[in-house]
Design a protein. Structure first.
Length: 756
């Protein structure tokens, strides 16, 4: 008896069925049977199912003599299923990697519930995935398993069958089957949730629902949408036969009204000559299934009134008024935006003719994000070493809270923003200012960059279209021509920048200012930061920071963090940080996984952690300056794909900063055996550090300010890496407790605290 029976009905999905079946058979949890049901499909679906069955004994192909629809095909699969749990997919959907392992683990944790509800994401024809906005209902906090009355919000989720795992004995005992029709999900989903004695949730996307370019059956136009009435009749008949479920009638009634309104207002579903008939039938269902004595929520009263009275002309008039209002509002907005843009352009031209302000400097990082990175460290250094210079920071309003007190806040696109760009003498950024910036004579632009290049950058992307995407190389070179100074962290970086960003700028090989804090922070700073992040005392905190994949439209983590932590035990926690281009978190904060994607300071996260796990992120070069363990997670196939798509300047696996794991199991073993901080890992890190961190002695920002603002060019040589003493990690401090501590140079505590 397999653990899972995965049932896949197939009808006219020959282009997508192989991907669906492969996503099931490639799962890391192999204890399954896959039942592919050819629903009388006129295309190659049946042949594809047979081919898979011939190759893999876990696959069974069923062939229906005629098309029965999704419900009938699923019923055939249910009769043939032998697994403990049922997983129902459509033929064009896919399971996400390790989905069945996560489901199996959660089922075990929650005592084998009747139903496990997990999350899903809609994947459009471009490959972009969007998580369901009601995923908050799937939070795993609180007791589990539970009954529906303990979590009634689950009824608000879309009534789809593919976002759940069902205990087969439960569905057979409850006599649950699928009816024919277009909306067959409805009379299955609601009875399942209402009848289940035990329910659990899994806050993880396990299925990608494909949204085809030309829509699905529910998006087609026709009278088939009248089926929604029959399906809700079945739902209420199910409730009427079971008096103990009567409490759910008002909730189901509200859901029905919302669904009927959704169908009616979607202009692509109902033929024009059927709209009035649909609303009249909706009125009859409203009166038939309404439960007297239950008030209608205020926000839904208008919708309920229109359905109850069957006022289809009024309904259509209100919808037309809404559309007209939206169009009018959009036109007015476009006109106002055009007038504002013209006024700002005129304002900028006027400001360009006014004198430069020698005592002003403007800073920005990552395209308008918060006070951070090299520009953030330089802004602090400006205030310390050149106090006559007044500083301003460009950031979107949601990031203004990160800007220190006393620093002027500038919102992109405002008149004050353009004034500052036109008249400030010093301009400092780590990506690039607005391309409309006019570089004036006398202005000094410092391009700080934001990492040591492992992956190909600049003009080297000309031969890498998957990574370059829509890069405008002419605009890139025009931006380079505005640079006066470029910061460099090491010789490799200097040589790379001058080749891939050819220009007349001056390279400043002084190190990256953002890393100064690693040499200045104290153990108290580390303790305070760990406490603010909620890291339990005495645990080993692993900072997991993978780099984004330019060749993928959707980003996904290469690790199952929950599984890794379960194997490592309670002493370990993970700080999961996605790149700001990732478009979301790597994993929601739960248990011993702490989502730190939105934390404003990656330097603080480095200080709070005891080790770094990454793949190809440039963060490893900065982290090496902390002299803490680094583990590279780079599977052979992933490295080959990354090398082919993006390209790298050297083989990281041949010259790593620490241990290299080529699989999740190897990574777990590296930490479980202590190899992550063993002598060999230390030797590798020392060699890596000497090559890539020659200037990271805590004074990079000071050197930059003294050169750029004060005109100084002669500085004492940087402190050699072997003579530096960065603050130890919390785990290292525990190991060294009772031993003599190394004297540390005094540092202004205010500057360190400001950074953290």
């Amino acid at each position: 008896m397999p653990r899972f029976s995965v049932i896949v009905p197939a009808y006219k999905v020959q282009a997508y069925l192989p991907e669906c079946l492969d996503s099931v058979l490639s799962q890391s949890y192999p204890d399954l049977e896959l039942i592919a049901v050819d629903d009388g499909s006129p295309d190659a679906c049946g042949a594809i199912a047979d081919e898979y069955a011939a190759r893999d004994p876990r696959v069974r192909a069923l062939h229906l003599p005629e098309n029965r629809g999704p419900g009938g095909a699923r019923n055939a699969g249910l009769k043939a299923a032998t697994g403990d749990y049922l997983v129902l997919l459509d033929g064009d959907d896919t399971l996400t990697p390790d989905a069945l392992q996560s489901i199996a683990d959660r089922l075990k944790e929650t005592g084998e519930p009747d139903v496990l509800v997990h999350d899903h994401a809609l994947t459009d024809w471009t490959g972009e995935a969007t998580r369901d906005e009601l995923a908050v209902q799937l939070a795993e906090q609180g007791p589990a398993p539970f009954r529906l009355e303990d979590r009634p919000g689950l009824l608000r989720l879309p009534p789809t069958v593919c976002n759940k795992a069902y205990r087969r004995e439960f569905t057979e005992r409850a006599g649950l089957t699928f009816p024919p029709g277009l909306y067959e999900d409805t009379p299955w989903t609601f009875p399942v949730l209402m009848s289940a004695e035990t329910i659990a949730t899994l806050d993880r996307v396990c299925v990608h629902f494909r949204v085809r370019r030309h829509g699905s059956l529910l998006g087609t136009t026709g009278r088939g949408h009248f089926d929604v009435f029959d399906q809700y009749d079945r739902v209420f008949a199910y409730v009427d036969q079971r008096p103990e479920l009567a409490r759910w009638r008002p909730v189901l009634f509200g859901h029905m009204v919302d669904r009927l309104s959704e169908v009616f207002t979607d202009r692509h579903r109902l033929p024009r000559d059927a709209r009035a008939e649909f609303l009249l039938k909706a009125r009859a269902h409203y009166r038939s299934h309404r439960t007297p004595g239950h008030p209608v929520p205020f926000r839904a009263r208008l919708r309920h009134t229109l359905v109850r009275l069957g006022l289809h002309r009024t309904y259509r008039a209100l919808e037309a008024a809404k559309r007209l209002s939206r169009r009018t509002s959009a036109s007015a907005t476009r006109l106002a935006r055009s007038l504002r843009t013209a006024a700002l352009r005129l304002h900028y031209r006027v400001q360009l003719r006014l004198p430069l302000r020698e005592d002003q400097a403007v800073f920005a990082a990552h395209g308008g994000r918060g006070h951070s990175c090299n520009p953030g460290a330089l802004e602090r250094a400006f205030r310390t070493h050149a106090p006559r210079i007044r500083t301003a920071w460009i950031a979107a309003p949601e990031h203004h809270h990160t800007i220190p007190t006393g620093v002027r806040r500038l919102r992109p696109g405002t008149a004050a923003y353009w004034t500052a760009l036109a008249r400030s003498k010093y301009l400092v950024d780590n990506t690039g200012f607005d391309p409309r910036l006019v570089k004036r004579q006398g202005q000094i632009l410092v391009q700080t960059q934001h990492g040591t290049p492992l992956k190909h950058m600049g003009l080297d992307l000309l031969e890498r279209p998957a990574a370059a995407r829509d890069t405008d190389f002419a605009a890139l070179l025009a931006d380079v021509d505005k640079w006066d100074y470029v910061l460099s962290a090491n010789r490799h970086t200097t040589l790379t920048w001058e080749r891939v960003y050819p220009g007349t700028y001056t390279t400043l090989p002084y190190g990256y200012p953002r890393n100064d804090v690693f040499q200045r922070a104290t153990s108290e700073d580390v303790r305070r930061t760990r406490e603010s992040l909620g890291i339990p005392e005495g645990t080993v905190a692993i900072l997991y920071a993978p780099t984004p994949r330019d060749h993928r439209r959707t980003q996904r983590t290469g690790l199952d963090l929950d599984r890794v932590l379960r194997r490592l035990g309670p002493r370990f926690v993970v700080l999961a940080r996605a790149h700001h281009r990732h478009g979301g978190s790597l994993a929601p904060s739960r248990g011993r996984v702490i989502d730190v994607t939105d934390h404003p300071s990656v330097e603080s996260l480095c200080l709070a952690s005891d080790a770094l796990v990454t793949d190809y992120s440039s963060l490893m070069f900065d982290y090496a300056g902390l002299d803490r363990p680094i583990v590279i997670h780079a599977a052979d196939d992933d490295w080959a794909a990354y090398e082919a798509a993006r390209g790298t300047y050297f083989d990281l696996r041949s010259f790593p900063p620490g241990a290299v794991a080529r699989s999740e199991d190897e990574l777990t073993d590296i930490f479980a055996t202590g190899h992550w901080r063993g002598s060999r890992s230390t030797q590798l890190r020392t060699s890596f550090r000497e090559r890539f961190c020659p200037y990271d002695d805590g004074r990079a920002a000071e050197r930059v300010v003294r050169h750029v603002v004060l005109g100084e060019t002669e500085f004492p040589p940087p402190v050699p890496p072997a003579e530096r003493h960065p603050v130890p990690s919390a785990a290292a401090a525990l190991d060294l407790s009772g031993l003599a501590t190394v004297p540390r140079p005094a540092a202004p505590l205010t500057s360190v605290a400001e950074t953290l």
